[in-house]
Design a protein. Structure first.
Length: 166
């Protein structure tokens, strides 16, 4: 059985002087949202064995902060194909996750993430920045995600955690 956590990068900034969208960093809200989301994952699980992230600055910062808050055993990987990726590219990247990993966290960008959650689980969600969904699969291989119908275990947005003061 595999569990996939799907997270949109946290809220980013539009500072002057950056050369491209790829270089946008997290803003203050984004930096505050990531620890809330990591706390939720630690409390309700599963804690991922590996984090796979887009290499865009905002996604890298989200991945690094999540991994730091989740513990030293969490491996972080970056995949250029995840930058503004459609669902097929997200599935292809996830299919390459280490087979020994029972759970993984993928951090990337919309609109591909919302569509991908729909394809994998049949659930339609709105995934704001730092939004996070957990999907369970009855398969033993990450390469089988496209053939396995996942079950949405939970879905949460930072605004909810903030209102609950978590």
């Amino acid at each position: 059985m595999k569990t996939l956590l799907i997270m949109r990068h946290a809220k980013s900034d539009y500072p002057t002087g950056i050369a491209s969208d790829f270089e946008r960093p997290l803003n203050k809200r984004g930096l505050k949202d990531v620890p809330r989301m990591a706390h939720l994952v630690r409390a309700f699980g599963p804690v991922p064995d590996v984090v796979l992230s887009s290499p865009a600055v905002r996604a890298k910062q989200t991945a690094a902060a999540m991994a730091a808050d989740l513990g030293p055993a969490v491996e972080v990987r970056f995949d250029e194909s995840l930058y503004l990726a459609p669902p097929a590219a997200l599935s292809a990247a996830a299919g390459q996750l280490p087979q020994a990993a029972a759970s993984a966290l993928v951090i990337a960008h919309n609109p591909g993430m919302e569509e991908w959650i729909g394809i994998l689980s049949g659930s339609q969600v709105i995934l704001p920045t730092a939004g996070l969904a957990a999907i369970a699969f009855g398969c033993d291989s990450w390469a089988q995600l496209d053939q396995a119908h996942g079950t949405l275990l939970w879905y949460v947005v930072p605004k909810l955690l903030k209102s609950l003061q978590l």
